[in-house]
Ligand binder design. Sequence first.
Ligand code: ATP
Length: 408
Amino acid sequence: MSKNLEFELKNQIPELYKSAIKISEQTAEELHCNIYLIGGIVRDLILNNTIKDIDIAVQADAVMFAKRLEKKYGCKILKIQENLRTASVEFKSGCVIDFASTREELYKAPGMLPVAHNFGCDLKSDVQRRDFTINTLAISLNGAEKYNLIDFYNGYDDIKNKKIRILHNNSFIDDPSRIVRALKFMVRLNFSIEENTIKLLNEYLSNPCRNIPIERIKNEFLQYFSIKKDNTFDIALDFGVFKLLSDNPPLTVNIKVLDNLKLFNLFDDDEINEILLLCLLLNSDYNSLSLTSQEKKILIEVKELLNNAEHSFSDDFKIYKLFNKKLNKSLIIYYLITKDENLIKYLNKLKNITVEINGNDLIELGYKPSGYFTVVFDEILKEKIKGNITTKQEEINFAKFIKEKRNI
Ligand code: ATP
């Protein structure tokens, strides 16, 4: 007999969502179509985890369904994705629910985006396109099966046994981003990856396809690295998932040392995922990875820092020059890899030292505009770092002194 989850729904669904679900149920009755809570919400209900967002599968056209909610119940359609027939709807209570038409997906070539078809198909056909058994569960919201759990792939047992299991042996070949998703659920839910799934995951990683769009993989890594646990990077390394993006293993990083940088306001917490993704890509052939120019710049700067660091330790001026004008994210990645105390010294003592005078001041002193200006500014900077010069007037005096001494 199917399990009935009315009790769990009553007790675990946030109040905000309850009226929205009721209205959706009513609309389904009016439109004579079946709707289901699906995916993450059902998994989280069974796990007694906090419900963050709600997806509803509509066995009809979800866009038409959303328009009815708008017209009859004063909801607001926030977004429609025409090609997938999905709609994001805000209810009067303020909560947002994503409605998706049931659909099938066809992978015409491994790793490429699937082609969606057969919208409004039966639920069994819809769940076949999903990643893991734990995400295939649905709860019927109307009809004779109301609030019953619908479980085509034994997802309930897998949740109870804390197992992540793919639905078919071609799953990772169809969509390698699922490998990162497997890790994400493993770490986030504290589950383990089932034996055959691990075998197929390793098989894929031993010969990953390089010729595929990496957007989805990158996005999944960003989500994975958003998990606030210290070991996400080490796990990615241990499982070899970096191979999805790079032939070479990344350098090891120590996330715990991020705490030492908190004081300096170099990053927001929600940037850590991007920082870790870039750490993963440091040894990759990133020219082939369609990175943004900013991302490439960070990787180039980190390499420069790693290559030049040991030559710069001798004095504070060299330390200043090494770190000055580098992007914050480059400094952070460098520190995660090296834990170089010179960076802390730079941030604490050197970063805010600047030369106040400019080219015009030098011209007023009789200098002719030339590349020599940089030499003068550096000479002044050296003295400021040593503490021999502090005021603007002292900078001017020193520039005068250089001019006279060198007879410029
Ligand atoms: P959470 O929101 O808690 O991260 P979720 O399961 O809702 O978990 P989403 O990434 O929002 O995860 O995806 C919604 C649903 O879409 C999933 O439950 C899964 O069934 C399906 N899905 C997402 N990405 C894929 C994929 N690459 N391959 C197959 N199915 C996927």
